[in-house]
Ligand binder design. Structure first.
Ligand code: COA
Length: 194
């Protein structure tokens, strides 16, 4: 069965909270979406939420990536529920995010991947992303698969893909000038808090 990927509505948010509890993480994503800073995507199998991603319209989250790719939009907080991985749900979320970006005239999307996450890196390369040699380091807290809050730091390389559209670096600068807060990137083993 193919997962249905769509932006999270108010109704979806309630279902997400009850079927895939993640403390205040979903509310943080929804708040960024309500502010127009991001699109919060979820993938559903019938009524079950099985994956999420954020499209960060204000550009890359990491400082080095922002400098190197000023025109790019970052897809982050990509997470597929344990037990549903390997079923092309992550691919569907990325594909949906790229189509939203193309529709807005964004020329390039970025996915950042930690040094030790070879599985995700392999997926991104397969989807046409290329290594840039641009790295960002960040410290963050996240919820592990048991809902326990952990502290960690990670070094991520931004991988980039040309979508075939046209955008100028000024677009990225304009997007960021409206940015209220920076949200750290993806979780290592669990769901990262906003
Ligand atoms: C990385 C992740 C989002 C991929 O989603 P997915 O739905 O499993 O990915 P898809 O089914 O679309 O693609 C499968 C690919 O993902 C990779 N993969 C990563 N973890 C996997 C897992 N546990 N099981 C199967 N494939 C996995 C494989 O390399 C696979 O590539 P292949 O099809 O060429 O063999 C998902 O595994 C996940 O949520 N992992 C934990 C959080 C995370 O690492 N997020 C990304 C941070 S950069």
């Amino acid at each position: 069965m193919t997962a249905d990927v769509r932006p999270v509505s108010a109704e979806d948010l309630a279902a997400l909270g009850s079927r895939w509890p993640a403390h205040d993480v979903w509310d943080g994503h929804a708040a960024r979406a309500a502010a127009g800073e991001a699109t919060f995507l979820a993938a559903w199998l019938d009524d079950d939420p099985v994956g999420v991603a954020l499209v960060q319209w204000e550009g890359c989250v990491g400082a080095a990536a922002r400098t190197a790719h000023p025109d790019a939009v970052e897809i982050n907080h990509l997470h597929v529920r344990d037990g549903h991985r390997g079923a092309r749900i992550g691919t569907g979320l990325i594909d949906h995010a790229e189509r939203l970006a193309s529709a807005r005239g964004v020329a390039r999307t970025v996915l950042a991947v930690e040094d030790d996450n070879q599985a995700a890196r392999g997926l991104y390369l397969r989807l046409g992303y290329r290594p840039t040699g641009v790295f960002d380091e960040c410290a963050y807290s996240y919820l592990d698969d048991h809902g326990v809050e952990r502290r960690a730091s990670e070094r991520s390389e931004s991988l980039i893909k040309d979508l075939g559209g046209v955008s100028s670096p000024d677009q990225g600068v304009a997007r960021r000038s409206q940015m209220a807060t920076l949200v750290p990137p993806r979780p290592v083993g669990g769901i990262k808090k906003p």
